[in-house]
Each structure stands twice: as structure tokens, then as C-alpha cells.
Design a protein around this ligand. Structure first.
Ligand code: C5P
Length: 216
């Protein structure tokens, strides 16, 4: 599933982030093309910005994406968008991978890593990269805690889960969830990490678009 329903206000564009231009193509085209081309993916559900379902389908058609089975409008939050998308995934799917359209450079080997981990008995698998900076908790301008960096990672997408596990996780309270894994963890699911990739940078502002374009 491709989560592409974010507004992308920090990009300062008149269109949603998924339609920001990356080398003359809408941002979502890049990850869509890579998902379509992966032998690991059978079916793609696009979660589009509300009102942008038709243009999203057009992008898929222009790319010749035969795996797109549905395109639905997203919700107010990422988790609500994922819930809307999962509802469209066919019952026969044993595994669901959720990827952010905001991370256009999706290396095939990362997709392979998260999906392979599910064969090793995990409920879910997410790409993770070590942190370079020291992370602190700050309240009212004062540092109240310095977290042990050796235990911390930054997680990316695609995140893959056994389908029943993800369906169960998104049926519950979604408040505050910034990724799918946190919802699965909250329900006692066992989620592992696999090596992530620096190319999976998330596009947030205009400078990120330039960075990502240089990685293509
Ligand atoms: O907003 P953020 O950068 O965290 O979004 C991460 C991903 O989640 C993006 O690909 C965005 O399109 C998607 N998203 C969504 N629905 C929302 C908010 C974000 O599908 N309501």
C-alpha cells in the first residue's frame, strides 16, 4: 500500500506533497513505479489525498501500473489513511507492506528485507537506521532526559506486517501513531528491524526534493 494522502504543507506548494514535482513527475510516480516493478508485490492500493483520487489513478495508468487494485481517499492522519487503504486490500493477502509516497527512492532490497523477516516468525518488520545525533527529551526549554543512543534507531518505510496483525492494530485507537509499527507494538505484536537505507529520506521541504532528485 502506498500512503500518499499527506497535505505536505511544509513544501509550500499549491498541491499535495504526492503531486510535488520530482524531475518533472509527481512525487508518487517514483515509488509507485518501484512497487509495480517489484517481484515481491502482487497488489497495490493507493491512498490518495482527498479529491486527488482521479489524478492518482491517471499517474498509475500513465506508468502502466497493472498491480493497482484500488485508490481511496486518505484521512486526517497517516494512521487513518492506512486504515482506509487496508480496508481495500484483498482478503487473500497474507502480508501487507505500507510505504510512504514521501519516500520516493525505494530500494528493492529494503522491500525484500522487510518481507523476508516475516518468514522468520515476526509479526512485522521495519527498516531502521542508526542515529548520528544524541537525542534528548526537552520540556519547557529544559532538557529533562538524554536517551541512550545505542538503543535508538530511526525507522523508515516500507513497513511490512502479517495482514491479520495489521488489520487488528488499525482497528483500535489510532491517536498519536506516526507509523504502523507503533500500533502493532501497542497490541503486543513482535516487530523486528532490518537495515534501512539513507536513500529512503522523507521529503518534507523543498530542499529534500532536491536531495531526493540527486539520488535518482
Ligand atoms: O506527514 P508525513 O510526512 O509524516 O507523512 C508520511 C506519509 O504518510 C506521506 O507519504 C503522506 O502522504 C502519508 N500521509 C497520509 N495521510 C495523512 C498524512 C500523511 O497518507 N493524513
Amino acid at each position: 500500500m502506498l500512503a500518499a494522502a499527506g497535505r505536505g504543507e511544509r513544501l509550500g506548494s499549491d498541491r499535495p506533497k504526492a503531486f510535488a514535482k520530482l524531475r518533472e513527475r509527481p512525487l508518487l510516480a517514483e515509488s509507485l513505479e518501484r512497487l509495480e516493478g517489484s517481484d515481491w508485490i502482487d497488489e497495490i492500493v493507493i491512498v490518495a489525498p482527498p479529491g486527488w483520487e482521479e489524478p492518482s489513478i491517471l499517474v498509475a495508468e500513465e506508468l502502466g501500473c497493472a498491480k493497482v487494485s484500488a485508490c481511496v481517499a486518505g484521512g486526517e492522519t497517516r494512521a487513518e489513511s492506512v486504515r482506509a487503504g487496508v480496508a481495500e486490500v484483498g482478503d487473500e493477502a497474507a502480508v501487507i507492506a505500507v510505504h510512504d509516497a514521501a519516500r520516493p527512492v525505494l530500494p528493492g532490497e529494503v522491500l525484500e528485507r522487510v518481507l523476508t523477516a516475516l518468514n522468520e516468525g515476526w509479526d512485522g518488520a521495519v527498516p531502521a537506521v542508526p542515529l548520528a545525533d544524541t537525542i534528548k527529551r526537552v520540556r519547557d526549554g529544559q532538557i529533562v532526559e538524554t536517551l541512550p543512543r545505542q538503543e535508538l534507531v530511526a525507522v523508515q518505510t516500507p513497513q511490512a506486517f502479517l495482514a491479520p496483525v495489521l488489520r487488528d492494530a488499525i482497528a483500535g485507537d489510532l491517536a498519536g501513531a506516526t507509523d504502523c509499527a507503533s500500533l502493532v507494538e501497542a497490541r503486543g505484536g513482535r516487530v523486528t528491524t532490518v537495515p534501512g537505507d539513507p536513500r529512503l529520506v522523507k521529503v518534507t521541504d523543498a530542499a529534500d526534493l532536491e536531495l531526493v532528485a540527486s539520488l535518482l
